[in-house]
Design a binder for this molecule. Structure first.
Ligand SMILES: N[C@@H](CCC(=O)N[C@@H](CS)C(=O)NCC(=O)O)C(=O)O
Length: 223
C-alpha cells in the first residue's frame, strides 16, 4: 500500500479523473487507485463518506499516519510537485513554469461550452458532432494557447513545453481525446502536439482499462 489512494470515476467518461491519474502515472509516482462508477448508489455512498467533497478525482493521502483528503485536480498537482520534486511535474525554467501554470489554470476554470457539448467518451466516436459557435470559440482559444506555449517554450519536443510532459499537458489530454472522439483537427503547426497528447505517457493503460469497463452511460452519447 502506498501513501496515496486515488479515487476515480469511470475511465471511459471521467475527464477530471484522468487528469488526476496522469499526475501520478505519467510522472512515476506510486499510488493505489479505486474506480467507482458514477451515478451508482456506491458513488453516492462515497460522496457521503468522503468529506468535505466527493468528486473524482479525490485523493486520500496518508502522511505519517494522518489521513488527508485532497479533492481537486489542481491541488493534487501542487501537492505532488511539492512532495516529489524529482518527478518534474512543472517545467524547470521559471518563465516556462509560470506559463504552464497559466495554461493549467485556464483549463481548470474554462471551456465550459466544449466540456458540455463534447463530453469525454472513450467508448464511442461522434465525428463532427457537438459543434456550435461557443464550442468553436473554445477550440480556437485552446489552439491559440497551445501555439503560444509551443512558440515560446516548445523547442526540443512535441509537448506544450517541449521535450518533457508536464502538468499542463496532463490537463489538456482529455481535451485531445475529445478532439479524437469528435473529429476536431489541429492546425498544421500543432498536429504533432495533438498526437503527442493523444499518446501521452501511460495513457495506453488508461485506454485499455476504459475499453474493459462494463458500464455504458447513454448520457455521454452525443447524437
Ligand atoms: N474541480 C474538480 C472537478 C471534478 C469533477 O467535476 N469531477 C466530476 C467527474 S469528471 C465528478 O465528480 N462528477 C460527479 C459529481 O459531481 O457528482 C477537479 O479539478 O478535480
Amino acid at each position: 500500500m502506498t501513501a496515496y489512494t486515488l479515487h476515480l470515476g469511470n475511465k471511459a467518461y471521467s475527464s477530471w479523473s484522468l487528469r488526476g491519474w496522469l499526475l501520478f502515472s505519467a510522472f512515476g509516482v506510486p499510488f493505489d487507485e479505486k474506480v467507482t462508477p458514477m451515478f451508482t448508489p456506491e458513488f453516492e455512498q462515497l460522496r457521503r463518506d468522503v468529506a468535505p467533497s466527493y468528486q473524482v478525482p479525490t485523493l486520500l493521502w496518508n502522511n505519517d499516519g494522518a489521513e488527508h483528503v485532497v479533492w481537486d485536480s489542481l491541488a493534487i498537482a501542487e501537492l505532488l510537485a511539492e512532495r516529489h520534486p524529482e518527478a518534474g511535474h512543472w517545467p524547470a525554467d521559471p518563465a516556462a513554469r509560470a506559463a504552464a501554470r497559466c495554461l493549467t489554470a485556464e483549463m481548470h476554470a474554462s471551456f465550459r461550452a466544449l466540456r458540455a457539448a463534447m463530453p469525454m467518451n472513450l467508448k464511442k466516436q461522434f465525428p463532427g458532432k457537438g459543434r456550435s459557435e461557443e464550442v468553436d470559440a473554445d477550440i480556437a482559444r485552446i489552439f491559440q494557447l497551445w501555439g503560444w506555449a509551443r512558440d515560446r517554450f516548445g523547442d526540443g519536443g512535441p509537448y506544450l513545453f517541449g521535450a518533457k510532459f508536464t502538468v499542463a499537458d496532463a490537463f489538456f489530454v482529455p481535451v485531445a481525446l475529445r478532439f479524437e472522439t469528435y473529429g476536431v483537427e489541429a492546425p498544421a503547426p500543432l498536429v504533432n502536439t495533438l498526437a503527442a497528447l493523444q499518446t501521452a505517457p501511460t495513457l495506453d493503460q488508461w485506454r485499455a482499462a476504459a475499453d474493459a469497463e462494463p458500464w455504458i452511460e447513454a448520457r455521454y452519447d452525443v447524437v
